[in-house]
Write a protein that binds this ligand. Structure first.
Ligand SMILES: Nc1ncnc2c1ncn2[C@@H]1O[C@H](COP(=O)(O)OS(=O)(=O)O)[C@@H](OP(=O)(O)O)[C@H]1O
Length: 573
């Protein structure tokens, strides 16, 4: 038998409402509909499948106030995280949201009807209070930023009736609802289960920690990673799940199960730890590991920790009697090279040597292709990480040339393409100003708005190619600083971006113009011609400045190659 759910009854609304499916589906089609955001969908999924039991819907004002102020629902039951459905004033009037109204909640990805909400109340939350009480109030806290920047001004409370499950297309076999995982535990004959929450890849330390927890509590292990929303910048869940799958065979046979949790984390430290424990209890776990700085977002920009390292552990300890799931506090595990074992940091005798690789160090090693030792992680785990974090020599990048017409940027761009092709190892895409005007921007002219659009399109394509590991060489005029800066920001999400200012003087560009295009512009036959009757903004922070009047194309290309080499992009293994 698994642990009873929070409040005693698993609120599996999908199972409850299945007998009325046809009727509810028909009604859902007739009601005003609200398209849910990604975060709202995560919350909805866990309300519908009972992961948030005893909730049967989004919180009304009474529940919300109780949870914000004292971690309690109106019934008095412990609950630490506000689960609310936010809407704007326009949506309230568009959908006619008022007590008693019924609306359909839809999935924005496929327009499927997921649930019908019967409105209990519509209320305006005190965001400052929520920010302070629930998350600690620091304006840089990701959940506080989300609250102020993304969350709408009103909340709608009300119970839900389930119409359809959310559709998932990734790792479907590993997604267990609470009822499914409980059945699975029963099948395996597990009655004591210690759940492990994670939003990071797992290495040897995590395997040791979970096995120790299992050993000391005579339990089996549920590896229960979050695959909904985690902290921005985290390793994507596709990579992480492949890591967990690779790690699983390293557990003694039959000891551990991997199940994915579609939770939208808030990074709420102590509040979140209580919430996580309740969710795991609903999934049938009897024990829950709470580590150092559990669900904490780290430090703010001043280097101050959002939470103390053990705040989460104190919080769960405070409610231990009513949580109904035993919390297993854990210290960080550290490697002891002399005995080739892992031990909790607080149990290491003075003078014993320890080794550790921080997350930052790990990322640096992945980037450079440097060794990741077996004492830290398993080769099969490292292999998965390396596949999604290729070394610099296999990462994509973009070189954007900017300069006057006939500045020589096209010749340099072509020569650079040939040089990179000679080196091999990457696909190289070349976008000359005129090709792009022909293929991608044929309807655009040369006023500022159109030029900005042209550069934005080049940047979009360049960013996608950079993401997939290609080298992109683009050579538009790109006369405006803002558009160049936007291009940089977009590409840098996925790889390196280098701006090369081809600063050949205008007179020289004009003098050597064999196409006669400057002459036409001077004769008034071309409007908005850069350098003649349209401005060129000199780049404020180019990565390189070159000049075709003074330098040969060959020497300029060599300079660029040296720049790329210095950044590790041309290394060979
Ligand atoms: N009005 C006007 N101003 C500037 N350039 C003009 C104009 N009309 C046509 N051309 C020719 O169009 C070529 C491509 O321009 P771009 O797409 O690079 O311009 S921009 O970056 O969008 O500003 C560019 O060629 P290259 O310099 O060879 O790229 C110009 O020769």
């Amino acid at each position: 038998m698994s642990n009873p759910p929070h409040g005693g009854v698993l609120k599996d609304l999908i199972a409850r409402d299945l007998p009325r499916h046809a009727e509810l589906e028909a009604e859902a089609e007739t009601l005003p509909a609200l398209l849910l955001s990604e975060r709202q969908l995560c919350d909805l999924e866990l309300i519908l499948n009972g992961g948030f039991s005893p909730l049967e819907g989004f919180m009304n004002q009474e529940d919300y106030n109780g949870v914000v102020k004292e971690n309690r629902l109106a019934s008095g039951l412990l609950f630490s995280m506000p689960i609310t459905l936010d809407v704007s004033e326009e949506t309230i009037s568009e959908l006619g949201l008022k007590a008693g109204a019924r609306i359909t909640l839809r999935d924005f990805r496929d327009d499927r009807n997921l649930a019908i909400l019967t409105v209990d109340d519509v209320y305006k939350p005190d965001k400052a209070l929520e920010a302070k009480e629930v998350f600690g109030g620091d304006e840089e806290h990701p959940a506080v930023k989300f609250l102020y920047e993304t969350t709408k001004e009103y909340y709608v409370g009300g119970k839900l009736e389930a119409v359809n499950k959310l559709q998932h297309y990734d790792f479907v076999d590993l997604r267990y609802s609470p009822a499914e995982i409980r059945t699975h535990f029963d099948k395996l004959g597990w009655s004591r289960v210690v759940a492990f929450q994670t939003r990071n890849p797992m290495h040897r330390a995590h395997r040791e920690l979970t096995v120790r927890a299992a050993r000391s509590h005579h339990a089996n292990v549920l590896i229960h990673p979050v695959v909904g929303l985690t902290k921005p910048g985290d390793i994507d869940h596709f990579t992480r799940v492949r890591v967990y799958k690779a790690l699983l065979p390293r557990y003694p046979n039959g000891m551990a199960v991997l199940g994915l949790l579609p939770l939208a984390m808030r990074m709420g430290g102590p509040r979140e730890a209580i919430w996580h424990a309740i969710i795991r209890k609903n999934h049938g776990a009897t024990h829950f590991i709470v580590g150092r700085d559990h669900a904490g977002p780290g430090k703010n920009s001043k280097g101050v920790d959002f939470y103390g390292p053990y705040d989460a552990q104190y919080a769960v300890e405070k409610y231990r009697d009513e949580l109904g799931i035993e919390v297993v506090p854990f210290q960080m595990m550290t490697y002891l090279p002399d005995s080739d074992e892992y031990a909790p940091v607080d149990q290491i005798p003075k003078g014993v040597r320890t080794l550790n690789i921080s997350g930052t160090e790990l990322r640096a090693r992945l980037r450079s292709g440097r060794e990741i030792p077996e004492w830290f992680s398993y080769p099969e785990v490292v292999k998965v990480l390396r596949e999604s974090h290729p070394p610099r020599s296999q990462q994509g990048f973009t070189v954007l040339f900017t300069g006057y017409p006939n500045s020589g940027k096209d010749q340099i761009a072509r020569a650079l393409q040939v040089t990179l092709n000679q080196q091999g190892g990457r696909s190289v895409s070349l976008f000359l100003g005129e090709n792009i005007r022909h293929e991608l921007s044929s309807e655009l002219g040369y006023n500022r708005e159109d030029r900005d659009k042209n550069i934005a399109r080049i940047a979009f394509v360049a960013s996608e190619l950079t993401r997939s590991g290609a080298a992109v060489i683009a050579a538009p005029i790109a006369p405006f600083e803002k558009a160049r800066q936007n291009a940089r920001e977009l590409v840098e999400k996925y790889g390196d971006f280098y701006l090369v200012h081809v600063a050949t003087p205008l007179e020289y560009c004009e003098k050597t113009d064999k196409r006669g295009i400057y002459a036409k512009a001077r004769a008034g036959e071309i409007e908005n011609f850069t350098g003649v009757n349209d401005p060129y903004e000199t780049p404020a922070k180019p990565d390189l400045v070159v000049d075709c009047e003074k330098q040969s194309v060959r020497s300029i290309v060599h300079q660029i190659i040296l720049l790329l080499e210095s950044q590790g992009l041309l290394d060979r293994f």
